[in-house]
Design a protein around this ligand. Structure first.
Ligand code: BES
Ligand code: ZN
Length: 857
C-alpha cells in the first residue's frame, strides 16, 4: 500500500477555538521511533502503544500527518488501510490496548519550511513546536498527549542525537531514551558531522550532568560563553526556584537555518546559531547579552514547559509568559536590574504596544486561531510575562514563591491551563483572582489617566482606566492594575516610599495623608503594569524627576517623556529643540555618579516609530519624513551644544582593557558608542574611522562602521568589513542589515533592493532574510517613504518566500500591522501590496491569516 500525500495541505480557513477543547480518547503508553536517515528519503518507523481511555471507547482514531508518504500501517501486527487525507489519517481501532506500527517516508532535503525534519548545512535537524511532529510521522500531535520516547537513529553520520539519555551507540546506530513523558512538540533529532564543546555540571543533589554544545567544524571556539551561560542558568534555577535538572545529559546544537531563536526540546535544545555562537571578534555586546538570556530561557523551559506543559496551544503563555518572566529575573540578577527593566519596557512598547493597538490585537490567551505559529507574539510572550510580574507584585515575593512551589508540586507531569496556574495562586494566598484573569482574556492596552489634588495635608490621586475596542472585543471591563507610587518632596527627598495601589474600578482615588506640602508623584514605578499612563504634567516636573526620582525606571521614564515631548513639539509645531531637555541631557552625560549603561539608555532617543505611535495616539497622522527630520535636528543640536566636551567625553569613556562581555564593560562601551554617534555629527567620521582601525572586537568595530555609514563616509570600511567577514554568516547578516538601517530615507528601499541581488542574499536562510527585510521594515522613514518602494519591495519578497517558508513569511507581515496610523496615500499603497500578497496563488495558510487580519482593520 502506497499513498502519495506529500502535497502541502491546501490553505483552509478552518478556525480552531479554545471552547472546543476535547481530550484525546487514548493514552499513549510508549513511543518507539526508528529513523533510517537519507537526505531525500528518510524512513520513519513508528511503534506506538495506545490505550483507549475509560468511558465510551472510540471505535476509530485520528492521527495527524502532513507531507508524509505512508508505506505501511499495522495494528497488533495486522495490516490496516486507514483513510488518509492531507491532514492525517483515520483508522478503525480495537477497544483495548493495541500497538500501532507505521512506516512513512519523508524528504528532509526538500523541506524548506524548516518545520519537521529538515537539513541545514548538511546536517539533519528537527523543529516540532508547535505542530511540526506531524511532518515526521502519524501521531496525535497535540501537547496534552504525553508519552515516553525511545529513538533509534540509523545512519552514517558522525553524531546522532535525540532526547533523553543515550542508551547505546555503535557504528551506524544510536539509541536514545527519554524517561520523562513529553508531548511530541518536544521531540528532537540531530545528525551530522558536528564537534563538541563539553563540560559538566553537578546539581545540588549531586547528579552529575554531561553538558555539550554541538557545532559545525570551525565554530568550536564560539561555544565557551554559551556554556558558561548554561551553567549559570542551571545554578540560578536551583537557587531561585528550587528546580534541578533531571537527566544525565544536556545537549545544545547550533544550526544555521532556523525560523526562531531557539527551541527547548527535552535534553536536546536546538539553537539558531545566531543565538548561541559568540566570540568577541564576531559578536556585539548585545549579542552576548541575548545569547545568555536565550540559553537561560530554553533551559528554564525544562520545568516551565517540559515537566509542566500546556494542555493546548491556547495556553501558550502558560509556558512562554512564565519562562520569559523567569529569564528576565535571571538577567536582572546576572546584570543590572534597572537596565534590564528599562530595556524590557522599551522592547514592550516597540513590539507589543503596536500589536495590541492594531488589527492583530489578541488576548494573552487567545481564544481562536487558524495557524498557531502566528500566535508566538509579543502579546503572548512579553505581555504574558508582564502579567506574571503584576501577579507577583500583587501577592508579594513570599506568596509568589509559595504559589509557584505549589504549581510544581501539584502539576508536575501534567499538561495545564491558565486556570490551573491562577488556582495555585488562589490556593496559596486565599485571594480571588477572578478579576485579575481579565489580563488573560481581554486584549488591548489599558490607558490610565491620572488627576491630582492637594488640600489640608491630604494628597489625592484619581485614576481612570479605559481600553479601546479590539478585534472581536468591543467592550472592556476594568482590570486590576497594580500602580506603584512614591512621593517626592520639593527638595527631591523621597517623602513616601513606593507603595502598590491596587486599582480595581474604572475610576478610583487613593489618598496620602499628613503631608506638609504638595508632593511630586512618581507613578507606575518600575513600570508596575503594562498600561499607557497619561498624565498632564510640565517639562519642569519631568526634569525634576529625571534629576531626583529614586526609582531608576521612572527616572529614565522622565527623561524619555522629555525627549518624546520635545520631538512631538518639533514635528507638530515646528518648535526648536527643547532647551530644558538639552540641558538635562548635558548634565546626565557628564554625571559620573550614574551607571554608564543607564546614561547610555537615557541618551538613546525614542525611536521614530515610537514617535509615530505617540502622534497617532494623540489623534495626529504621523509624517515619517518629518519625524526623521526632527530626530536629525535634535541630535545635531545636542551634538553642537556639547561640541566642546565631546572629544574629551569620548576619550574618557573609551574602554581600552581587553574585551570582556560582562555587563559593566558593555555598559561603558554603550555609553562610549552614544558619544561617538554625537561626535560623528561634528567631525564627519574622523574619530569613527580611527575606532574602526583599532577595534579588536565586534562591538567597537560595528559601532564605528555604523557611525561611518550614517555619515555617508563608510564606503571603504564597508568594503573592508565585507572582505574580512564574508565567510562568516552571522557577521554578514550584520553587514546586510547595517547598510539598510543606516540609509537615508530616499535610499533605503533602493539599498535593500540592491542587497537582495547580492550573491550572498538567499531566501532559504531566515537570518539572512530577516537581516535584509527586517532592516528595511525597521528603517521607519525609509520603509514608509512616500514613493511606496519599501512596501513594494517587502511584498515582493514576502511573496517570493511564502512558497518556501510560510512561517518566516507570516511573521514578517507584522511590518504592515500599524498601517492605519498613516495618511490615506500611504494606506492605499500598503493596502494594494497586502491585497497583492493575499491574492497570490497558493498562498500559505500562515500568511493568508496574517494578511487577512491586518487588512480587516
Ligand atoms: N518554544 C520557543 C521556540 C518556538 C517558537 C518554537 C515558535 C516554535 C514556534 C522558545 O522557547 C522561544 O520562546 N524562543 C524565543 C526566544 C526566547 C528568548 C523568548 C525565540 O525563538 O525567539
Ligand atoms: Zn520559550
Amino acid at each position: 500500500m502506497t499513498a502519495d500525500l506529500t502535497q502541502t495541505p491546501q490553505q483552509t480557513a478552518e478556525t480552531f477555538y479554545l471552547k472546543d477543547y476535547t481530550p484525546f480518547g487514548f493514552e499513549v503508553e510508549s513511543v518507539e521511533l526508528t529513523f533510517k536517515l537519507a537526505p531525500s528519503a528518510t524512513r520513519v518507523v513508528s511503534k506506538i502503544c495506545f490505550i483507549p481511555k475509560p468511558g465510551t471507547p472510540d471505535p476509530r482514531f485520528f492521527l495527524h500527518g502532513e507531507m508524509l508518504k505512508l508505506i505501511s500501517a499495522r495494528i497488533d501486527g495486522v495490516d490496516v488501510a486507514p483513510t488518509v487525507t492531507p491532514e492525517g489519517l483515520t483508522c478503525d481501532v480495537p477497544q483495548q490496548r493495541f500497538v500501532w506500527e507505521a512506516e512513512v517516508e519523508i524528504d528532509p532535503a526538500g523541506n524548506t519550511a524548516l518545520e519537521g525534519l529538515y537539513m541545514s548545512g548538511g546536517m539533519y535537524c528537527t523543529q516540532c513546536e508547535a505542530e511540526g511532529f506531524r511532518k515526521i510521522t502519524y501521531y496525535p500531535d497535540r501537547p496534552d498527549v504525553m508519552s515516553i520516547f525511545t529513538v533509534r537513529i540509523e545512519g552514517d553520520e558522525e553524531v546522532m542525537l535525540s532526547n533523553g539519555n543515550p542508551i547505546s551507540k555503535s557504528d551506524g546506530l544510536a539509541v536514545w531514551q527519554d524517561p520523562w513523558p513529553k508531548p511530541a512538540y518536544l521531540f528532537a533529532l540531530v545528525a551530522g558531522d558536528l564537534v563538541n564543546h563539553p563540560d559538566t555540571f553537578t546539581t545540588k543533589s549531586g547528579r552529575k550532568v554531561e553538558l555539550n554544545i554541538w557545532v559545525r567544524h570551525g565554530d568550536e571556539d564560539k561555544c565557551a560563553f554559551g556554556m558558561e551561560a548554561l551553567k549559570k542558568s542551571m545554578t540560578w534555577d536551583e537557587q531561585a526556584y528550587g528546580r534541578e535538572y533531571d537527566l544525565d545529559i544536556f545537549n545544545i546544537v547550533a544550526v544555521d537555518d532556523f525560523n526562531m531563536g531557539a527551541m527547548e526540546n527535552k535534553g536536546l535544545n536546538i539553537f539558531n546559531s545566531s543565538c548561541v555562537l559568540a566570540s568577541p571578534e564576531t559578536s556585539t555586546d548585545a549579542n552576548f547579552e541575548r545569547i545568555e538570556a536565550i540559553i537561560a530561557h530554553e533551559y528554564f523551559h525544562n520545568w516551565t514547559g517540559n515537566r509542566i506543559t500546556c494542555r493546548d496551544w491556547f495556553q501558550l503563555c502558560l509556558k512562554e509568559g512564565l519562562t520569559v518572566f523567569r529569564d528576565s529575573q535571571f538577567t536582572s540578577d546576572m546584570r543590572s536590574a534597572p537596565v534590564k527593566r528599562i530595556s524590557d519596557v522599551i522592547d514592550l512598547r516597540a513590539r507589543q504596544f503596536p500589536e495590541d493597538q492594531g488589527p492583530l490585537s489578541h488576548p494573552v490567551r487567545p481564544e481562536e486561531f487558524q495557524e498557531i505559529n502566528n500566535f508566538y507574539t509579543a502579546t503572548v510572550y512579553e505581555k504574558g510575562a508582564e502579567v506574571i510580574g503584576m501577579l507577583k507584585r500583587l501577592v508579594g515575593d513570599a506568596d509568589y514563591s509559595k504559589a509557584v512551589d505549589l504549581y510544581f508540586e501539584r502539576h508536575d507531569g501534567q499538561a495545564c491551563t491558565i486556570e490551573d496556574w491562577l488556582k495555585v495562586f488562589e490556593d496559596a494566598t486565599g485571594r480571588d483572582l477572578g478579576q485579575f484573569k481579565r489580563w488573560y482574556s481581554q486584549a488591548g492596552t489599558p490607558r490610565l489617566t491620572v488627576a491630582e489634588s492637594f488640600a489640608n495635608g491630604t494628597y489625592t490621586l484619581t485614576f481612570e482606566q479605559s481600553t479601546a475596542p479590539t478585534p472581536g472585543q468591543p467592550d472592556k471591563d476594568p482590570r486590576v492594575i497594580p500602580i506603584a507610587v512614591g512621593l517626592l518632596g520639593a527638595n527631591g527627598d523621597e517623602i513616601r516610599q513606593t507603595q502598590v495601589l491596587e486599582m480595581t474600578e474604572a475610576k478610583q482615588s487613593f489618598t496620602f495623608e499628613g503631608l506638609a506640602t504638595k508632593p511630586v508623584p512618581s507613578i507606575l514605578r518600575e513600570f508596575s503594569a503594562p498600561v499607557i499612563l497619561e498624565r498632564e504634567t510640565s517639562n519642569a516636573e519631568r526634569a525634576f524627576l529625571l534629576a531626583h526620582d529614586t526609582d531608576p525606571f521612572n527616572r529614565w521614564e522622565a527623561g524619555n517623556a522629555l525627549a518624546r515631548e520635545a520631538r512631538v513639539a518639533m514635528v507638530l509645531e515646528g518648535a526648536a529643540p527643547d532647551a530644558d531637555y538639552l540641558d538635562a541631557l548635558t548634565k546626565l552625560l557628564r554625571d559620573d555618579t550614574l551607571d554608564p549603561a543607564f546614561r547610555a539608555l537615557i541618551l538613546q532617543p525614542p525611536s521614530q516609530s515610537d514617535i509615530a505611535q505617540t502622534l497617532h495616539e494623540r489623534g495626529h497622522t504621523p509624517d515619517p519624513q518629518k519625524i526623521y527630520d526632527a530626530a536629525e535636528t535634535l541630535a545635531q543640536t545636542l551634538a553642537q551644544q556639547l561640541a566642546d566636551s565631546l572629544p574629551r567625553l569620548y576619550a574618557d569613556t573609551t574602554v581600552t582593557e581587553a574585551y570582556t562581555p560582562d555587563a559593566v564593560s558593555a555598559g561603558n562601551r554603550a555609553l562610549n558608542a552614544r558619544i561617538l554617534t554625537l561626535l560623528t555629527r561634528l567631525d564627519g567620521g574622523e574619530q569613527a574611522a580611527r575606532q574602526y582601525e583599532t577595534a579588536d572586537n565586534m562591538t567597537q568595530q560595528y559601532s564605528a562602521l555604523a557611525n561611518l555609514m550614517k555619515a555617508e563616509k563608510g564606503t571603504v570600511q564597508s568594503q573592508a568589513f565585507f572582505d574580512q567577514w564574508q565567510d562568516d554568516r552571522l557577521v554578514m547578516d550584520k553587514w546586510f542589515a547595517l547598510q539598510i538601517a543606516m540609509a537615508v530615507p530616499e535610499a533605503t528601499a533602493r539599498t535593500a533592493a540592491q542587497l537582495t541581488r547580492h550573491p550572498l542574499f538567499t531566501l532559504k536562510n531566515p537570518n539572512r532574510f530577516r537581516a535584509v527585510m527586517g532592516a528595511l521594515a525597521g528603517n521607519h522613514a525609509g520603509f514608509h517613504h512616500a514613493n511606496g518602494a519599501g512596501y513594494q519591495l517587502l511584498a515582493d519578497n514576502l511573496i517570493a518566500l511564502d512558497g518556501l517558508n510560510p512561517q518566516t513569511t507570516a511573521r514578517m507581515c507584522t511590518a504592515f500591522q500599524s498601517w492605519k496610523r498613516y495618511d490615506n496615500d500611504r494606506q492605499a499603497l500598503i493596502a494594494a501590496q497586502l491585497q497583492r500578497i493575499q491574492t497570490t496563488a497558493g498562498l500559505s495558510r500562515d500568511t493568508n491569516e496574517m494578511v487577512s487580519r491586518i487588512l480587516d482593520a
